[in-house]
Design a protein around this ligand. Structure first.
Ligand code: UD1
Length: 338
């Protein structure tokens, strides 16, 4: 059984669907701090299967121990973490406690197990900061983290590197995501940002749905062709599929190194204005927006060199920016109708 922590969240739920489509039996653990059990019905609708579910805060070491005693876990994909950059600046202790405490409790159980359990870690391109060259490959320097959230991802990776060295036969893969967007084509699951969304695409779709009067584009005098930031927006279903491939790579013994890192992106950068244009194209609606000042901590441009993931994992993205934005818009309309 594959343990998916944070499996009711945005990327987690899509990965559960992809795992189940590939015949894996899934156990979701989620503390419901940023999701509801309604997502289980969405997963059932998208994949035909309702996965097993346990409500648990992974900071509870006794609860985690019991979990490993109750279920026969043969692989772990670890998503459960706090992820709001701004909030992490206000609440650094909660972020370090939750994101690192959960990871440590899982690794402590792996260390005790007779056969080390393959581990996939949810990391972020934020570890590269403002990269020295583009596109960004996995050998790019890790820059000082700009936020406690980013630091929990960097430290998380370091903890895993040390654990792989210390635990015999333990294998792990860190996946560094660029900007995941979109929703499952069934529109049964998608992104559910609580409160005011910080990320671009949910803010665009909520603005178009009338929740906000307009979008503010954070800065238009960056050294990019149209002056706005460039990011690598990846369809969440493409991202989910990469997790299944990465897990199967360890399960089938295909990996040479016991620790591997992959960038997950499309390889193509899109500016904020290009995302807005994509939205207008797929929705047939005009989006109200203005230019505002730069957001603190934003890098000018970040997009992935995907050659390692393409060659080694044999994975590449199949879905376009328009498809991703269109699915996000369909999802927004669905949740507003409910
Ligand atoms: C952010 C985080 C990153 C995290 C990722 C998770 C920061 C600095 N980075 O990435 O660490 O892993 O989310 O999804 O917060 N934008 C606007 N107006 C808006 C919202 C966004 O112009 O109302 C612009 C931003 O300036 C940026 C782009 O849209 O250029 C994408 O922003 P966002 O979706 O927040 O992602 P990142 O900042 O790239």
């Amino acid at each position: 059984m594959i343990l998916v922590t944070g499996g009711l969240g945005f990327i987690g739920s899509h990965t559960v669907v992809s795992l189940q489509e590939k015949g894996h039996e899934v156990l979701i653990v989620d503390d419901l701090s940023n999701a509801t059990t309604d997502v289980l019905s969405g997963i059932k609708q998208a994949s035909g299967i309702r996965p097993a579910f346990e409500k648990l805060d992974l900071q509870d070491a006794v609860g985690v121990k019991k979990l490993f005693e109750t279920y026969s876990i043969s692989g772990i994909i670890h998503f459960a973490a706090f992820k709001a950059v701004g909030e992490s600046v206000q609440k650094p202790i909660a972020y370090y406690q939750n994101n690192l405490g959960s990871l440590l409790n899982l690794l402590a159980e792996i260390e005790k197990s007779t056969t080390p359990i393959p581990f996939i870690f949810s990391s972020s391109c934020t570890v590269y900061g403002e990269a020295d060259s583009l596109p960004i490959n996995e050998d790019a320097a890790i820059k000082a983290a700009m936020s406690p959230y980013g630091n929990t991802k960097q430290i998380g990776e370091e903890i895993i590197v040390d654990s792989v060295k210390a635990i015999k036969d333990f294998r792990a893969i860190c996946l560094r995501y660029f900007n995941p967007i979109g929703a499952h084509p069934s529109i049964a699951i998608g992104e559910l940002p609580l409160g005011r969304p910080q990320n671009l695409v949910p803010f665009i779709t909520q603005t178009a749905a009338g929740i906000f009067p307009k979008l503010t584009v954070f800065g238009n005098d960056y050294p990019t062709p149209d002056g706005t930031n460039i990011r690598d927006y990846i369809h969440v279903v493409d991202l989910a599929e990469a997790h299944v491939v990465a897990l199967e790579r360890i399960l089938t013994g295909a990996s040479n190194d016991r620790y591997e890192v992959f960038n997950l992106g499309t390889g193509k950068g899109s500016s904020v204005l290009e995302v807005i244009t994509s939205f207008e194209r797929v929705s047939g609606k005009k989006l109200a927006y203005t230019f505002g000042s730069k957001r603190e901590g934003d890098v000018v441009a970040a997009y992935a060199d995907t050659s390692k993931a393409n060659a080694v994992l044999g994975w590449k993205t199949k879905r376009s920016l328009d498809e991703a934005v269109s699915s996000a818009w369909k999802w927004e309309q669905k949740i507003r109708d409910c």
